[in-house]
Design a protein around this ligand. Structure first.
Ligand code: RB5
Length: 151
């Protein structure tokens, strides 16, 4: 990460996670991150794939360095994000995995299930994800192998 400017973090969710997403946005903004919250802002029922893909495109394009996405379980929106080339997104319900997806998998997006974890734990998961760096080395070889190979 470029330490000379705030890390830009895109946030999105479906209707199941509006309040938690906004709490996370406020929390990380207060900690110096540049938040790009692309909504939605109302709790009207919506479709998680489009929000996951929209956030993923922000990361894949380089507009944002990291992304945090949420839905009820975190699973559906993660699946949508991972369809975008260059995205490595994991669902986390505890902090150990949040640390390891950065250290070993160089995850550039985190997904959380708002119906799975409590708000305080979700914030801890986010803090762990954002404060952990990729270790590189042998892990870089493996991460490179994740991308689909052109045939
Ligand atoms: C919406 O009801 C729910 O299906 C969604 O938030 C998510 O859990 C999907 O993976």
């Amino acid at each position: 990460m470029d330490q000379t400017k705030p890390t830009r973090v895109v946030l999105s969710s479906d209707h199941a996670a509006i309040e938690l997403r906004q709490a996370i946005a406020d929390h990380i903004a207060a900690n110096g991150y540049e938040v790009v919250d692309i909504g939605p802002i109302t709790a009207e029922s919506t479709h998680y794939p489009k929000h996951g893909a929209a956030a993923a495109e922000r990361v894949a394009s380089g507009d944002c360095e990291l992304g945090i996405i949420l839905c009820g379980t975190g699973q559906g929106i993660m699946m949508a994000a991972n369809k975008v080339k260059g995205i490595r997104c994991g669902v986390c319900s505890e902090t150990f995995s949040a640390k390891m997806i950065r250290q070993h998998n160089n995850a550039n997006m985190l997904s959380i299930g708002a119906r799975v974890v409590g708000d305080s734990l979700a914030v801890e998961i986010v803090d762990t994800f954002l404060s952990t760096e990729f270790e590189g080395g042998r892990h870089a070889t493996r991460v490179d192998m994740i991308e689909p190979q052109d045939s």
